[in-house]
Design a protein around this ligand. Sequence first.
Ligand code: ATP
Length: 323
Amino acid sequence: MTQRVAVLTSGGDAPGMNAAIRAVIRCGVSKGWQMYGVLHGYKGLISGNINQMTTRDVGGIIQRGGTILGSARCPEFMTVEGRKLAIRNLNQAGIDALVVIGGNGTQTGNYELHRLGFPVVGIASTIDNDLFGSDITIGVDTALNIALEAIDRLKVTASSHQRAFIVEVMGRKCGYLALMAGIAGGAEAITLPEVPTNPEEVAQTLQLAYEHGKSHAIVVAAEGADYNAAALTEFFVSNKERLGFSVRSTILGHVQRGGNPSAYDRTLASRFGCEAVEAIDRQEFGVLVGQLHGKIATTPLEEVINTKKELDMDMVKLARLLD
Ligand code: ATP
């Protein structure tokens, strides 16, 4: 019988992580379990920073971005010794199961804990949306809306000055955020890690935009694209004379992570958190809780970490039709 469950957040923080922590703690308490929070992700497991949490400890956090438990990158956890130490600390604290909230790297580490025999459940959370096993992950909706707000604002200034703007959005090697922000923001061109970019074509698209009487031209560039903001700006600077126009570039970076979670992220995270507790109650371990085809679902961590999530090429086609 499970009695003591711990939860941690790891990797890049994502808006909605707090809502997931809250749901895990409250659903666990409602089952009569003792609930624990691990501070600073895997680092806290290794240092034994595991503290009991009550329903009250997660009050007033659902609307806050970031994570009250803190997060950290932890190279020591990449070693077997580090992970064995983590398990020793979990056992010492009498923890029966662990909920791990995070993205790809985090779930890879989680799978390693599972392989060492510790009962774990993962929750899909990353603004990059690059995690197999969930069509959408916690934080994506908020990050997307922040990018969109920035694009809308840049459009205003772009129109006033008849300037072309490049906006770089996060997403590591996944173009989801850039693609969706580009479509929703009405970008003239989008560069993606999954699709090779011809910068001449981008320049031609911008040129045509002006010729067709558009007052602004926006390129949304994914940070992991072959032509991200830096590479694209370099291309335009080197070819300024020939192309006849210049561009301004804005890198959104971590601004995208910092917002208050949207209603969508809060509800998604609440559903994921409760389902993680249900999975533990069913003794279903070594799985990731995510959303597939609109329904909450679990996928084995082994499959999650060994399968690449593909970008929807129909959305790429749609973006091209609409530019
Ligand atoms: P995001 O992509 O949203 O930033 P993430 O969870 O992918 O989040 P990472 O920095 O890749 O973030 O991973 C977080 C932590 O997970 C790492 O610091 C490390 O402790 C652990 N981790 C990553 N990869 C592995 C691995 N192969 N084996 C064990 N642990 C890992």
